[in-house]
Write a protein that binds this ligand. Structure first.
Ligand SMILES: [Zn+2]
Length: 485
C-alpha cells in the first residue's frame, strides 16, 4: 500500500514539481510514470518469484530449478529461449525482437553454501548449515527478468525496433559463469548490458571492482612414518606452510589496494604420517589487472620457494580469473536520472523494527543511518572491494551496473543478515528499485539511439585501446561440480 501511495506521490512530483526531481532538468516523460505504475501493479508476482528462488537456494551450477523458474516467466512473455550457453546447463539467453540495438540485461540466481537463514532478525539456524541467498541473487535474477519483460512490453506496445535479451548467468559465486558465456561469444553482438547488484544503499554504478585470480597450489612430497623414519619423508604440508608464511610477508610489500586470501584445503591425513599431499586454495585481487599480474607472479614465487625448501613438487591449477569492472559514465548518468525518479526504499514501521534489530547485532562503529535506504547516492568513482564476472562483460560491451538497497544499511553480503533481508520485504523493495531503474534505462536506450552511441563513446574512452582477454586458461572448462571454494 505504501508503495502504491509512493506512486501517487511520484506522479504528483512529476506533474506539479518537475524541477524538484533532482538531476532532472526537464519534465520526465509521462511514459516513465506509466511504466512505473504498471510495474507496481505487477510487483507482487515477481516478489513471490524471488521468494521461491530464495527458498530453493541452489548453489553455483546447480541452479536447475531457479534458472527454469526465471526462463519460464520469459518464455510466457514471448521470449525465445536458448539454453546451455558456454556448455553450462543452467545458463540461458532469452531474446525478444529483432535488429539493433541489442540490449542485454544480466541476471544471476546462485546461492552460497553455509548461509541458510530464516527471514528473521536473529541468527537462525545456528551452525552454518545449508545453502542460502547471502548475496541476494534471488533478487538479482528476478529484478533483471522483470525489467526485461517490462521493456519488451513497452517495445511491443510502441512498435520500437531492436532486441531485448535476458542473460541467465549461472555460477557467479564459484564458477565465473559469464567468462564461459563470453568464450561462447554470447555478448559479441550486444550494444550495451545493464545489470545490478544487491547492496545496503541505492547507487548508480560508476565504481570499479577488483580483478582477481584464484588457484589451487598442490604440493606432492614423500610419505614416511613420522616417528620411525621422518628423515625419509618430504612433507607437502611444510611446503604449504612455507608458502603461506612467504605470502603473509609479501602482503607488506604490495600496493595497498591488494587483497590476498587463502585456506589450506588439504593438510594431510594423519599426524603420524609425513603428509605426502597438501593443497592451498588462494585468491589474489587488485583493481588494476596488470598490477595483479605482477603480484600473482610473486605469489607463484612464494609457492616455488615452499617446494624448493621442502623438496616437494608443485602444481598450480588456475580455477578462476575475473576482470575488474570497466565503469561506463554515460550509462551511470542515465541510470542515476532514472533511479532518482524511482526513489529509494522507504521502510514501514515493522520494517524499521526489523532493521533496528539487525543493526543492533552489527559493529556499531560507523553504522549508517536507517534512513539512508531511502536515499539515492550520487554517481561516484571509486573501488568496490569485491570481484564479479560482470567485469569480463564490461570489457567487451558498454555495461551499466547499479546497486540497490536490499540489505539493511550496514549489512554486508555473504552474511546471515543479508540472507535474511533477501527473503523479506526490505530486500524485495530494493529489488523493485533495481527492476524499475533498469527497465526505464533499457527503454531509454531503445527510444534514443544517441544514448547507445554515448555509452559506446564512454566505453572506448575508458578502455583506451586495451583489449579484453581473460586470465582463465584457454582450455579451462566450467567446473560443473565445483569444490568448496
Ligand atoms: Zn553477488
Amino acid at each position: 500500500m505504501s508503495s502504491y501511495l509512493a506512486s501517487f506521490f511520484l506522479l504528483f512530483l512529476i506533474v506539479v514539481h518537475p524541477k524538484s526531481v533532482q538531476g532532472q532538468n526537464e519534465n520526465p516523460p509521462t511514459w516513465k510514470a506509466q511504466v512505473l505504475a504498471n510495474m507496481e501493479q505487477r510487483a507482487s508476482h515477481f516478489i513471490a518469484l524471488s521468494r521461491r528462488i530464495w527458498e530453493i537456494a541452489e548453489i553455483s551450477f546447480e541452479e536447475y530449478q531457479s534458472s527454469e523458474l526465471i526462463a519460464s516467466e520469459l518464455r510466457a512473455a514471448g521470449f525465445q529461449i536458448k539454453t546451455n550457453i558456454g556448455a553450462m546447463p543452467t545458463s540461458f539467453i532469452a531474446s525478444w525482437g529483432s535488429g539493433k540495438p541489442i540490449i542485454a540485461i544480466l541476471g544471476e540466481y546462485d546461492a552460497l553454501p553455509g548461509l541458510r537463514q530464516e527471514a528473521i532478525p536473529e541468527k537462525r539456524p545456528t551452525g552454518m548449515l545449508g545453502t542460502g541467498h547471502g548475496c541476494g541473487h534471488n533478487l538479482l535474477g528476478t529484478a533483471a527478468a522483470f525489467a526485461a519483460i517490462t521493456a519488451k512490453e513497452f517495445m511491443k506496445a510502441n512498435s520500437l525496433g531492436g532486441t531485448i535479451r535476458f542473460y541467465g548467468c549461472p555460477a557467479e559465486e564459484n564458477g565465473s559463469g559469464k567468462v564461459h558465456m563470453s568464450r561462447a561469444g554470447a555478448f559479441a553482438d550486444c550494444d550495451a548490458a545493464l545489470t545490478w547488484h544487491p547492496d545496503d544503499r541505492n547507487e548508480p554504478g560508476m565504481k570499479t571492482t577488483l580483478a582477481n585470480e584464484g588457484a589451487y597450489f598442490r604440493f606432492r612430497g614423500t610419505a614416511a612414518h613420522a616417528a620411525r623414519a621422518p628423515e625419509k619423508g618430504r612433507s607437502a604440508l611444510d611446503a604449504v606452510m612455507l608458502m603461506g608464511h612467504a605470502v603473509d610477508m609479501l602482503r607488506e610489500h604490495v600496493p595497498s589496494e591488494t587483497r590476498i586470501h587463502y585456506y589450506i584445503s588439504n593438510g594431510g591425513v594423519s599426524a603420524n604420517i609425513v603428509p605426502e599431499f597438501s593443497e592451498v586454495r588462494l585468491t589474489a585481487r587488485h583493481p588494476d589487472a596488470p598490477t595483479l599480474d605482477a603480484i600473482w607472479k610473486r605469489v607463484v614465487k612464494c609457492a616455488e620457494a615452499g617446494a624448493l625448501a621442502t623438496e616437494t613438487k608443485l602444481e598450480i591449477e588456475i580455477i578462476g580469473a575475473l576482470a575488474n569492472v570497466l565503469p561506463n559514465d554515460a550509462l551511470a548518468r542515465l541510470s542515476e536520472s532514472n533511479m532518482r525518479l524511482v526513489g529509494g526504499v522507504r521502510y514501514t514501521q515493522a520494517e524499521r523494527e526489523f532493521a533496528a534489530k539487525i543493526q543492533a547485532l552489527l559493529p556499531q562503529d560507523g553504522l549508517p543511518d536507517l534512513n539512508s535506504a531511502a536515499q539515492v547516492f550520487p554517481v561516484q568513482e571509486g573501488v568496490t572491494f569485491w570481484s564479479t564476472d560482470v567485469g569480463d562483460v564490461s570489457w567487451q560491451i558498454p555495461t551499466g551496473e547499479i546497486r540497490a538497497a536490499t540489505f539493511v544499511p550496514g549489512v554486508v553480503p555473504h552474511t546471515w543478515q543479508s540472507t535474511a533481508c533477501s527473503g523479506m520485504s526490505i530486500g524485495q523493495k530494493g529489488m523493485l528499485v533495481a527492476a524499475k531503474t533498469i527497465a526505464l534505462t533499457a527503454i531509454d536506450l531503445f527510444q534514443r539511439p544517441v544514448l547507445v552511441g554515448e555509452a559506446r563513446q564512454s566505453f572506448e574512452k575508458r578502455r583506451a585501446g586495451r583489449a579484453y582477454s581473460s586470465k582463465l586458461p584457454p582450455d579451462a572448462k566450467p567446473q560443473l561440480k565445483p569444490r568448496a571454494n
